[in-house]
Design a protein around this ligand. Structure first.
Ligand SMILES: [Zn+2]
Length: 66
């Protein structure tokens, strides 16, 4: 997930809860994801974000059903 805290955005892996803090712009968090191998999955309850360690087909499939 990408969380907004005041004027900053924090990118958090929905599986291992690894956090990347303090992006000034939402777009910066999105481009960080692209550069660092993060993936997004749309599940039944919304979007999930995964760090490069957690973006395996098995884990992402599990969240597609959540
Ligand atoms: Zn992770």
């Amino acid at each position: 997930m990408i969380e907004r805290e005041g004027w900053h955005f924090t990118l958090i892996c929905d599986h291992c809860e690894h956090e990347v803090e303090s992006f000034d712009e939402f777009e910066e968090a999105v481009s960080f994801k692209k550069k660092n191998g993060w993936k997004s999955v749309k599940g039944k309850s919304g979007w999930f974000e995964f760090c490069c360690n957690c973006s395996t087909p098995e884990i992402m499939d599990e969240y597609r059903r959540k």
